[in-house]
Ligand binder design. Sequence first.
Ligand code: FAD
Ligand code: FES
Ligand code: MG
Length: 271
Amino acid sequence: MHIILDKKELAPNVKMLKVSAPLVARKSKPGQFIVIRISEKGERIPLTIVEKDDKIGSLAIIFQEVGRTTKELGELRKGDHILDLVGPLGKPSEFRKVGTAVIIGGGIGIGEAYPEAKAHKAIGNRVISIIGARSREFLILENEMASISDEIYITTDDGTKGHHGFVTDILEELINKKIKIDLVFAVGPPIMMKAVSEITEPHRIKTLVSLNPIMVDATGMCGGCRVNIGGENKFACVDGPTFDGHKVDFELLIKRLNTYIAEEKISCKMH
Ligand code: FAD
Ligand code: FES
Ligand code: MG
């Protein structure tokens, strides 16, 4: 049992929970995730470790209420418990001093971009962050991202804050301005990560993306999270979740993410 130590609403239907998990906190590294099960009858869902606090022994997770389980999670309050929490899972991200790293987060993906940006800054890379959302009210961690970025760009689809358009517009602008970019890390909707990878490929800019396929056991046994990387089958839960964006078969990822939409709708309605 893991007690919820704190809860915050960051945006409409986007919540942050601080959960007690001292052993997982001690071991976790940026890029890793946990799998939680709220109650006996609940399903298991993966969520990124956004931040950890070794002293308190806690983890911060940020999630968007998109279906039954995330809605149930959002209903929990400070002092409530989560039944199971497994982690840290997935390969930790690798951080090297490369020069300039452009970190791109779209929507809820900003929560996953934050630990990456922070780690790049900590080892001395120049961090240019590009964060985007549908509308200004859905922009999360703006101050946190700004505090660890050398430059930060904001985009909204509806133009209510920052550049009116997409994160990829800013990336293209930086490339056109001949800013030297040594690495791009992108996390967000698959269509966004695909667009980022297509922009950087002709310029041979190393591009990493954090994939979010459906995960069940998250130990490499069930095959649920199968992704195709450069023609090879990989399991995102143990081989990822971060992969070379230029090798990812995004069409397959998008198709597989939609496999259970009918069942998910029914489950959400029942809730
Ligand atoms: P449902 O109605 O069941 O599903 C809605 C959509 O979510 C589905 O169409 C599918 O695309 C996806 N989904 C459903 N079940 C799963 C599953 N078991 N595993 C993965 N995706 C699923 N979301 C966040 O909001 N914050 C995060 O930090 C975060 N980190 C993630 C890290 C990893 C490594 C992965 C793989 C996914 C992450 N997700 C994150 C996505 C999150 O797991 C799903 O939004 C969640 O499982 C949806 O569950 P649901 O029952 O509320 O919605
Ligand atoms: Fe089962 Fe990855 S979630 S193999
Ligand atoms: Mg579900």
